[in-house]
Design a protein. Structure first.
Length: 456
């Protein structure tokens, strides 16, 4: 049996899966937590990766490894390859002003969308580099090269070679690489930072990134978390995936690059040579975590409470902008509760409003793609909640399919590693298990009440 390893270095933790390269069967796995916060020193990711690898039984018998990781994070290295400052993560909104300035300086959203497929918001690396240049000029001057979380981890696994690599998918989230042309826009990087630091070499979908320093496993290019999830879940043309993790995303695989001047749809590339139009919300599964804390219940108890309340929560609406918001672009917004009355002042109603509010934000993301999907697949940690599964079709207005729960980012990375070994033109097809279908009538007036509340 030939084994491959897939890594998911997410905002909250690191997961490692070891799978059979031919069948995809899970052999063993491990995980380790990451520290909280919107800026994290990359050494914490490396320590967590080592712990997760050890828990997974090591990589001595593994033939290839691939790293999937959170997108957008700004990793700055000096001339010795040392980290200049803690990485600013995708959910760090301090660069919101920098994003607005950059959009204006280039000539508006349409120009950005045409240049790199996306209109930068605070999440994007290019805005964080402008923030760095403006607020920490000494650190900006010390920065010789800039890379992303998955780039840095792959580079560390390879023993810190002279060249850092990335892939199309993750590069497309920087704000200075164009999916349409397949090239860096160094003029945009210079606009943001005042100069052009060294950048990773962009690899093809199944191109080798190097060899692991320990054990000699081949290193696949790796990719961003959403691109890896698309691989892991086995997306097909016509599918839309709604992923409920720390962030919420709705995305589809497309044959041509996209450029949405409204900024709602990010025109990313995927990990297979195609494209991945994606809409992201900052507030997803952690909305449920926050509601559970407020009610002093477990996630399972929150789900049970929500299912005991009536659809629409008797008019109680939670606008879940607990960490600002990316879609719509309101980085300074806060969460709010609307329609509170004596009759709906119960734990059940609040639990229901939390689930419905989170899903309303994701329904807006789904609508923004402008597609009529053949299937809507619901994945991510939040999709493990029975309340989320049952309430989603009442909010989305269409059936949803929930695949067998899995570590789809790590699984997609493992599939990429197997693809590297195979040398085939397409990634392997693995059995991802059965899907469960959920259907329900839409809740009348729910999204209208949500939109009214969100405008207040």
């Amino acid at each position: 049996m030939t084994l491959v390893a897939g890594v998911d270095s997410s905002t909250q933790s690191c997961k490692v899966v070891i799978r059979d390269a031919e069948s995809g069967a899970l052999v063993r796995e491990g995980r380790a937590p990451h520290p909280d916060g919107t800026e994290v020193h990359p050494d914490h990711w490396w320590s967590a990766l080592q712990s997760a690898i050890e828990q997974a039984g090591g990589l001595a018998d593994v033939a290839a490894v691939s790293v999937g990781a959170q997108q957008h994070g700004m990793v700055c290295l000096d001339e010795d390859g040392e980290v200049v400052r803690p990485a600013l993560l995708w959910n760090d909104t301090r660069s919101a002003g920098a994003a607005a300035d950059l959009v204006a300086e280039l000539g508006g959203p349409k120009v950005w969308a045409e240049a790199v497929g996306s209109v930068p918001v605070a999440s994007f690396t290019v805005t964080k580099l402008r923030w760095l240049a403006r607020n920490e000029p000494d650190n900006a001057r010390r920065t010789r090269s800039v890379c992303l979380p998955h780039d840095w981890l792959t580079w560390r696994l390879a023993g810190r070679p002279g060249t850092i690599t990335t892939d199309r998918g993750d590069a497309s989230g920087t704000g200075y690489w164009s999916p349409a042309t397949g090239e860096y826009r160094t003029d945009l990087l210079e606009l943001a930072m005042g100069r052009v630091p060294e950048l990773p070499r962009v690899l093809g979908p199944a191109e080798q990134a190097g060899t692991a320093e320990q054990g000699g496993a081949l290193l696949a290019p790796g990719t961003g978390d959403n691109m890896a999830a698309a691989l892991g879940v086995g997306m097909r043309p016509g599918d839309v995936v709604v992923s409920i993790g720390t962030s919420g995303t709705a995305f589809a695989v497309a044959e041509a690059p996209s450029a949405d001047p409204s900024g709602a749809v990010a025109g990313f590339a995927d990990a297979t040579g195609h494209y991945l139009p994606l809409v992201c919300t900052l507030n997803a599964a952690r909305v449920l975590d926050a509601a559970a804390r407020m009610l002093r219940v477990t996630p399972q108890e929150l789900s049970d409470l929500a299912l005991r309340a009536p659809a629409g929560a008797d008019g109680l609406v939670l606008v879940p902008y607990l960490e600002g918001e990316r879609t719509p672009n309101r980085p300074d917004a806060t969460g709010s509760l609307h329609g509170l009355r004596l009759g709906n002042s119960t734990p059940e109603h609040l639990a229901r409003a939390a689930v419905e509010g989170m899903l309303c934000g994701l329904a807006d993301a789904l609508d923004a793609l402008g597609l009529e999907p053949r299937r809507v697949l619901l994945i991510g940690g939040g999709a493990r909640s029975e309340a989320v599964r049952r309430i989603a079709p009442t909010v989305f207005g269409r059936p949803v399919l929930v695949p067998t729960p899995g570590e789809y980012v790590a699984d997609g990375a493992a599939k990429q590693a197997a693809w590297l070994l195979s040398g085939e033109p397409e990634p392997p097809v693995w059995d991802t298990g059965a899907t469960e279908r959920y259907e329900a009538d839409p809740t009348s007036g729910l999204r209208e009440r949500y939109h009214e509340a969100a405008q207040e």
